[in-house]
Design a protein around this ligand. Structure first.
Ligand code: NAP
Length: 248
C-alpha cells in the first residue's frame, strides 16, 4: 500500500523537515500551509526532487471548510490518507496573561487545538476501519511547554499544547481498536522561524546555556521522531509522547 501523508504547516520549520524525510521514505506528500505560497512551493520542489509525488495545499487548519477541501485534494491527487502530522501551530508575543487580548486567545486556541481536532476528524473518516478505512497513524506536534507552563511568557500557548496532549491520550484510546494510532512529540527549543512570532527571532540561541544539552534542537531531529511514530516500527505505541527538549 502506498503511504500518503498530510503534514499541516509544512512550508517551513519542523513541518518542512518532516516533508523532506517522508519523501525520502517513499510517502506521497501533501504540504499544507496557511499563507506563504512561495515557501510552500520551495518545499514542494525539494520534495519532488527527492522523488516523491507531492502537492502543496493552502488551507487554514482552524476553518473546517478549508480542511474539507484539503482532504478532497488529497483524495483525488494522492489517494487515501494513511498518515497525518498535526504540526501547524502559532504563538503570540511574550507577555503576561493580563495583557493578552481575547482575539489572541481565540486565534491561538483555534489554530493549536481546534485545527488538529478538525484535521484528525477528517483523517479518521478515511483511516478508521469503522468507516471502511485500512487504518493509519496520527502524530500531534505538542511542546515541552505543555508540562512547563511557560509563566510570564505565553501561558496561553502552553495551555493549548496541554489540551493537545489530553486530546492525544483520549483520541488514541477512542480509535485504538480501529487500526489508528495517535501519538505526539513534544519539542523544546528548536531552531526555526517560529520564535519570530513571539517577538524574539534569536530566542533559541539566547537561551542555549539554560538547556541541559547546551544547544537548541534542529527541525530534522524532531522529524525523525515523527516519522518513527508514524511507521510500523512503532506498531505498539499509541497515546504516547516523545520529548525532544535536550533535557528540559
Ligand atoms: P514555523 O517555522 O513557524 O512554521 C509554522 C507553520 O505552520 C508554517 O508552515 C505556517 O504556514 C503554518 N501555519 C500556521 N498557522 C496555520 C494555520 N492556521 N493553518 C495552516 N498552517 C498554518 O513553526 P515550527 O517551529 O516549525 O513549529 C511547528 C510546530 O512545532 C508548532 O505546532 C509549534 O507549536 C511546535 N513547536 C515548535 C517549537 C520550536 O522551538 N520551534 C517548540 C515546541 C513546539 P505559513 O508560513 O504559510 O503561515
Amino acid at each position: 500500500m502506498q503511504h500518503v501523508i498530510v503534514i499541516t504547516g509544512a512550508s517551513r520549520g519542523i513541518g518542512a523537515a518532516t516533508a523532506r524525510l517522508a519523501a525520502r521514505q517513499g510517502y506521497r506528500v501533501c504540504i499544507n500551509y496557511h499563507a506563504d505560497d512561495q515557501a510552500a512551493e520551495r518545499v514542494l520542489a525539494e520534495v519532488r526532487e527527492l522523488g516523491a509525488e507531492a502537492i502543496a495545499v493552502r488551507a487554514d487548519v482552524s476553518v473546517e471548510d478549508e480542511v474539507i477541501q484539503l482532504f478532497h485534494r488529497v483524495d483525488s491527487e494522492l489517494g487515501r490518507v494513511t498518515a497525518l502530522v498535526n504540526n501547524a501551530g502559532t504563538i503570540g508575543h511574550s507577555s503576561r496573561l493580563e495583557d493578552m487580548s481575547e482575539f489572541r486567545l481565540l486565534k491561538l486556541m483555534k489554530t493549536n487545538v481546534v485545527g488538529p481536532m478538525l484535521c484528525a476528524k477528517h483523517a479518521l473518516q478515511r483511516m478508521s476501519t469503522r468507516h471502511g478505512g485500512l487504518g493509519g497513524s496520527i502524530v500531534n506536534v505538542s511542546s515541552v511547554a505543555a508540562r512547563l507552563g511557560s509563566p510570564n511568557e505565553y501561558v496561553d500557548y502552553a495551555a493549548s499544547k496541554g489540551a493537545l496532549d489530553t486530546f492525544t491520550v483520549g483520541l488514541a484510546k477512542e480509535v485504538a481498536g480501529e487500526g489508528v494510532r495517535v501519538n505526539a512529540v513534544r519539542p523544546g527549543y528548536i531552531h526555526t522561524d517560529f520564535h519570530a512570532l513571539s517577538g524574539d527571532p534569536d530566542r533559541v540561541s539566547t537561551l542555549e546555556s539554560s538547556i541541559p544539552m547546551g544547544r537548541g534542537g534542529q527541525a530534522e531531529e524532531v522529524a525523525e521522531a515523527i516519522i518513527w511514530l508514524l511507521s510500523d516500527k512503532a506498531s505498539y505505541s499509541t497515546g504516547s509522547f516523545i520529548d525532544l527538549g535536550g533535557g528540559r
